[in-house]
Design a binder for this molecule. Structure first.
Ligand SMILES: [Fe+2]
Ligand SMILES: [Fe+2]
Length: 166
């Protein structure tokens, strides 16, 4: 579910970069606002549901599970990335709200390219390791509860973002 959300967010990032190329400020703003909201919802689901479930797991349950320290440092890194994404996107929204020259689009574009690059690495770390740890560290009941909680969070998006923006 979270990996599927990565794919959608990836598409939204591509759409935003395409609008930045076109240079229509209003469309750029709409795309940027949508990406910001979707990423915020995704990050919230990871912070509120995924990370606590993993960190509270019993690391002694099996011998083939990752060590707590490894898990802890991966999640710390992911949290730093999340802070970076939210800070950068917030700053870009602020730039777009200001009535200034076309340089603002160049500045936002530069930032979105950096975000995109870091997000790709971030999502890889999650999909290749962190999301998979759920399967080895949690029992079936915990996994089902986590899935339900993540689903609830992902569906909990502000209504103005649920319509189709094409
Ligand atoms: Fe993440
Ligand atoms: Fe993620």
């Amino acid at each position: 579910m979270l990996a599927h959300d990565h794919a959608e967010i990836d598409t939204l990032t591509g759409d935003l970069l395409a609008e930045l190329e076109q240079g229509d400020k209003l469309k750029v703003f709409t795309r940027l606002d949508l990406l910001w909201a979707r990423l915020a919802v995704h990050i919230r689901a990871e912070h509120l549901c995924l990370f606590p479930s993993i960190l509270e797991a019993d690391f002694t349950i099996r011998s083939d599970v990752p060590q707590y320290q490894e898990v802890r440092s991966a999640i710390d890194q992911l949290r730093l990335d999340h802070e970076f994404f939210m800070r950068e996107l917030g700053a870009n929204v602020k730039i777009m709200r200001q009535e200034t020259a076309s340089e603002q689009l160049t500045e936002v574009r530069r930032s979105v390219v950096v975000i995109q690059r870091r997000l790709t690495k971030h999502n890889q770390l999650e999909e290749d390791y962190v999301y998979k740890w759920v399967n080895v560290l949690l029992g079936e009941a915990q996994r089902l509860a986590l899935t339900a909680a993540v689903k609830r969070e992902l569906e909990n998006i502000p209504p103005r973002f649920t319509s189709d923006f094409t």
